[in-house]
Design a protein around this ligand. Structure first.
Ligand code: PLP
Length: 419
C-alpha cells in the first residue's frame, strides 16, 4: 500500500507534482487523464457546474462518476496511472469536488474531509504546535469551541475568546502575546454577528498570525474570505454546499500552495477524508448553490422583517436588517445576507422551547443550510457544549435555518408558532 507509506517523492502527496491532488490548480491540468478543464475561470454559476467536472474521459458521462474504489492498478512499480494510488491519498470523485471548491473560493488548493470538524482539526494540527495560542470568537459553533476546550487544550494549545466583531479588541489581544491563528466565523453561529474580514486580515498580517474564516453560514456564493485577505477558509459542507441534509462533510481552502501541501500531507497522514459517494453528493448540491442561496436570502429577509414586527419577539439577529450592527460591513463583504435568522422570545427559555415545538413546516432539528426549513433551541441543542463558558448563548434564543419553501408558508408557520 504505497500511499500509506508516503508518496515516492516523500511528500505524502499522491504522485508528486503531476498528481490530481497535487496540481493545486482548480480545474487545471491536474484532472485525471491530464486534460485541461473548460471551466478554470468563469462566473460563479459556471464554475459551480463545470469546475473539476469535465465529462468523464472514458465514457463522456457528464456527471463525475462515483469512483467507489480503494486502490488503483499501477503501470509499473512507483508509476501509478494518472497519479492515483490509494483512495485515502486521492480519489477522482474527491478530486472533482476539491477542484470545484478551490475554484469557488478562489483558492490554490481545497481538501475535502469526512466532516467540518475533521477539517478544523486537520487545519489546527497543521498550522499550530503545542504551546501556541489561538484567538477564537466569543460567539461560535459549539463543536468548534469543544474542539479547542476539550481536545486541543490537552495538546497544550491555548485559546482566548475575543469579540471578533470589535477590531480594537482583536488588535489588543494580538498585542498581548504571540498568536498563531485568529479563528473567525462570519456571520457567527448562532448570533449572526459580522466580522470585518479585511480589517482583521491586515491586523493578522502585521502580527504574523494566520486568519482562518469559517465560511459555512455565508457559503462561497455570498462571501469569499481569501479575496478579502484571509489565509484559510473552513466549511462544514454538510450545510449550504451539500444543501439537502443528506451528507456530512467538511472542506479547507487555502491561498498559499505551500500551506495546501502541508494540509494534504496531514490529511493523508491522519485520514479523515470524504468518501467518494459523499464527495459526489456534495458536488451535486454545489451545482445549484447559487439559485438556492438567492432563495434562502429572499425568504430569510421576509422572515426577519416579520419577526422584527412581532410582539412576542424581543430581538431579531439578521445581518440583512438595516438596524443590525454589522449590516454595513456585511453589505460590503457579502453578496447577500444568507438564510440564517436567530431571535429572542419574550417569556424566556420556556417560551422559546414552546415556539420550537409548535412549528409545522419548520422541522425541529439540528444542522442548517438545506432546502427544508429547520428550527432549534441553541442553548439546549447545537450549543449545549458552551453552557457555562464565555460563549454561552441566551436561553430565550431560537435559531432558524430558513429553507427554500414558499415564503408565505414559512411566515404563516412562524406566526402560528409564536401564537
Ligand atoms: N462550523 C459551523 C459554523 C457549523 O455550524 C458546524 C456544524 O454545525 C461545523 C463547523 C462543524 O461541521 P460538521 O457538523 O460538518 O462537522
Amino acid at each position: 500500500m504505497s500511499a500509506g507509506s508516503g508518496a515516492p517523492d516523500g511528500s505524502g502527496v499522491p504522485g508528486g507534482s503531476g498528481s490530481p491532488g497535487g496540481s493545486g490548480s482548480p480545474g487545471g491540468s491536474g484532472t485525471p487523464g491530464g486534460g485541461s478543464s473548460r471551466a478554470s475561470r468563469g462566473g460563479f454559476e459556471t464554475l459551480a457546474i463545470h469546475a473539476g467536472q469535465e465529462p468523464d474521459p472514458t465514457t463522456g458521462a457528464v456527471v463525475p462518476p462515483i469512483y467507489q474504489v480503494s486502490t488503483y492498478a499501477q503501470d509499473a512499480v512507483g508509476n501509478p496511472r494518472a497519479g492515483y494510488e490509494y483512495s485515502r491519498t486521492a480519489n477522482p470523485t474527491r478530486t472533482a469536488l476539491e477542484e470545484c471548491l478551490a475554484a469557488l473560493e478562489g483558492g490554490s488548493r481545497a481538501l475535502a474531509f469526512a466532516s467540518g470538524m475533521a477539517a478544523e482539526d486537520c487545519l489546527l494540527r497543521t498550522i499550530c504546535r503545542p504551546g501556541d495560542h489561538v484567538l477564537i470568537p466569543h460567539d461560535a459553533y459549539g463543536g468548534t469551541y469543544r474542539l479547542f476546550d476539550k481536545v486541543l487544550a490537552t495538546w497544550q494549545l491555548s485559546y482566548q475568546p475575543v469579540p471578533m466583531s470589535d477590531p480594537q479588541a482583536v488588535k489588543h489581544a494580538l498585542a498581548q502575546r504571540p498568536v498563531r491563528a485568529v479563528w473567525v466565523e462570519t456571520p457567527t453561529n448562532p448570533l449572526l454577528s459580522i466580522v470585518d474580514i479585511t480589517a482583521l486580515a491586515v491586523m493578522c498580517a502585521d502580527a504574523g498570525a494566520l486568519l482562518v474564516v469559517d465560511n459555512t453560514f455565508a457559503s462561497p456564493y455570498l462571501q469569499n474570505p481569501l479575496a478579502l485577505g484571509a489565509d484559510a477558509v473552513v466549511h462544514s459542507t454538510t450545510k449550504y454546499l451539500g444543501g439537502h441534509s443528506d451528507v456530512v462533510g467538511g472542506a479547507l481552502v487555502v491561498a498559499d500552495p505551500g500551506l495546501g501541501e502541508r494540509l494534504a500531507f496531514q490529511q493523508n497522514a491522519t485520514g479523515a477524508v470524504a468518501g467518494p459517494f459523499d464527495a459526489w453528493l456534495t458536488l451535486r448540491g454545489i451545482r445549484t448553490l447559487a439559485v438556492r442561496m438567492d432563495r434562502h436570502s429572499d425568504n430569510a429577509l421576509r422572515v426577519a422583517d416579520m419577526l422584527a414586527a412581532h410582539p412576542a419577539v424581543s430581538r431579531v439577529f439578521y445581518p440583512g436588517l438595516p438596524g443590525h450592527p454589522g449590516h454595513e460591513i456585511a453589505a460590503k463583504q457579502m453578496r447577500g445576507f444568507g438564510g440564517m435568522v436567530s431571535f429572542r422570545v419574550r417569556g424566556g427559555e420556556a417560551a422559546a422551547i414552546a415556539v420550537c415545538g409548535r412549528t409545522r413546516v419548520f422541522i425541529l432539528g439540528e444542522s442548517l443550510g438545506a432546502v427544508e426549513s429547520l428550527i432549534e433551541h441553541p442553548g439546549r441543542m447545537t450549543h449545549s457544549s458552551v453552557a457555562g463558558s464565555p460563549l454561552e448563548v441566551p436561553a430565550d434564543l431560537v435559531r432558524l435555518s430558513v429553507g427554500i419553501e414558499s415564503g408565505d408558508d414559512l411566515l404563516e408557520d412562524l406566526r402560528h408558532a409564536l401564537g
